[in-house]
Design a protein around this ligand. Sequence first.
Ligand code: PHE
Length: 449
Amino acid sequence: MPTKNRASFGSRLGIIFASVGSAVGLGNIWRFPYETGQNGGGAFLLVYIICVLCFGFPLMMTEFFIGRHTRSNAVGAFRALTSKRGWRNLGYVGVLAAFLILGFYSVVSGWTLEYIWQALSGSLSGKTAEMFMADFEAFSGSIVRPILWLAIFLVITHLIIISGVRKGIEQSAKWMMPLLFLILIVLCIRSLTLPGAKEGLQFLFQPDFSKISSGVVLSALGQAFFSLSIGAACMITYSSYFTRETNIPKTALSVTLLDTMVAILAGIIIFPAVFNFGIAPTQGPNLVFVTLPNIFEQLPWGSVWAFFFFLLLALAALTSVISLHESVTAYVEEQYNLTRSRAALWVSGSVFALGIVASLSIGIWKAHTLFGLTLFDLLDYTTAKILMPLGSMLVCLFVGWLVDRKTLQDDLTNQGKIRMRLFPFFVVFLKYIAPIIIALIFLNEIGLF
Ligand code: PHE
């Protein structure tokens, strides 16, 4: 429920940095390059950009509307908007997605700390490609170390969360995001000056249309939602801390463009390097943890590049984990009337428990699978390919059909202060276009057609 003295972000820049911080994460630097590598390079990038602009951007505006209008956590937000049974509970889909994402995302975030450590201690140098592979598998499959890093990562997140929306989330984003952009640019220049750069760029930017299939389209759509933090309660929660003056269409557009730019820049860092050393781009999730250290190792000052790259990855991961944690914490805090620190403790504790199981599921419990997937992969699959697209489809239907048109328009235009000429089209998009297309892509992929 909306409360009078609810926290809010302190400045426009803070709003942008925090939201971009949520969007930019492992999704851009770890997931996007390997999805692009596995789904045919340029063709995937093209479909991805279309998905981002046609679905990501309007859906982000929609989530911003829900959050700022109700000034509530995601569960409370839908309850404030309707009394219709069923629809009232739509917020749970997002909060559940956020929690499940945290389960595997924070494990991978912990890995980034291990690699920072290895770069600093010099243990990344002097290895062959096979050794990088073997060491990554030994590390990620081991029992203690990944869980230790997971714990450290969660403690950092926890401390930021309990410092509050302004002092914790906003302040930390304000120095982490500029640092992240700086590292990104430096690494880009390094990569572009490698001899294999041209081939890498061709792979990334020259679409081969024969590679586009329904699987590629669903992957691109899932990746767009994942990368923009849509369908996982985060943008609803963050926008509940926006002010009445925040320009929603403009903020959504800035976040969408910056996030896409970071993904493309990550591709520009990774693919030239991959092609320079004649490595296949189709490695999958190992790409940045095995291939890149191997590449850095062959460059002068290798450990320094590796250090900066993994620092980049860790910072990006941290600002996203903070937003996921905040979405669940805000829900627990407000719906169960707990203090913020108590709510955060519950969330950190349960995420740690889920993270331990996810981490062990790719190690000693590898043999235990469901539908052929380990718990780790299952968490990734169910969130990015099921909960986020389906949740978003329901959100479109909800706002399109159940929310009063005037309320929506007043809120998105700040009571008429902002011009939004495409508003009538936006409503048609929410009511029909988006739900139908998301449903078609989804049904096609699960084989119902
Ligand atoms: N957008 C984040 C990334 O790209 C991940 C994320 C998903 C964060 C959903 C919040 C909600 O890494």
